[in-house]
Design a protein around this ligand. Structure first.
Ligand SMILES: Cc1cc2nc3c(=O)[nH]c(=O)nc-3n(C[C@H](O)[C@H](O)[C@H](O)COP(=O)(O)O)c2cc1C
Length: 178
């Protein structure tokens, strides 16, 4: 499978630790690319609808490059810190741009990794899961995993041995996937 990981965090902290652990567990039969959304030059969707959901975006920035990578991937992993009870703006801007090729985005596999300061029983994790459940339903995606972790300081997750093990083991879930 072609696996595209979209990193929603702008800092080298817990989300990056989670991504690195996930990638470590993925077997070499899969191809993995990690994109740092904060490094992209992606303008917000203006809702102009010139794309008609298949033509691509009129913006002359990284929008089409990243959306084409998303179209090309078999498994999309959205990894994000919690910002204000939701996903980060950097990741949301990329998701919004998926509208420009929405017609080509059906039937993918997806995985979600979320890291917030609050404990994992906080409502924010349900809210974020709810958003991805809706996106997955709309685009007929198979949501393979949703993993949420509580971590605040940049090295908190790295010091959580069971979380790291769990993230590394996610890769084995994929071996039965084509
Ligand atoms: C702008 C901002 C908003 C945040 N909002 C929340 C929040 O609503 N809930 C929460 O649990 N943590 C919140 N946090 C804390 C981060 O989710 C937490 O520190 C996380 O570990 C950051 O991930 P990172 O190390 O990958 O950047 C916020 C942090 C920032 C900078």
């Amino acid at each position: 499978m072609k696996i595209l990981v979209l990193n929603g965090s702008p800092r080298k902290g817990n989300t990056l630790t989670a991504i690195n652990s996930f990638v470590k567990g993925v077997s070499c039969e899969h191809e993995v690319e990690v994109v740092d959304t904060y490094k992209l030059d992606v303008s917000p969707c203006t809702g102009c609808r010139a794309c008609q959901c298949y033509k691509g975006c009129v913006a002359k920035d990284d929008s089409n490059m990243i959306v084409d990578k998303i179209v090309d991937a078999d498994l999309l992993v959205f990894a994000t810190p919690v910002y204000w009870w939701g996903i980060t703006a950097q990741l949301k801007m990329v998701i919004d741009k998926c509208y420009c090729k929405g017609a080509y985005l059906k039937n993918k596999k997806a995985g979600i990794i979320v890291v917030g300061g609050a404990e994992t029983n906080d409502k924010q994790y349900e809210l974020i899961k709810g958003q991805f459940d809706c996106i997955s339903g709309y685009l007929s995606w198979d949501l393979l995993f949703y993993n949420a972790y509580s971590a605040t300081q940049t090295d908190d997750l790295a010091n959580n041995e069971s979380a790291i093990k769990e993230l590394e083991s996610l890769g084995s879930l994929l071996d039965s996937e084509k």
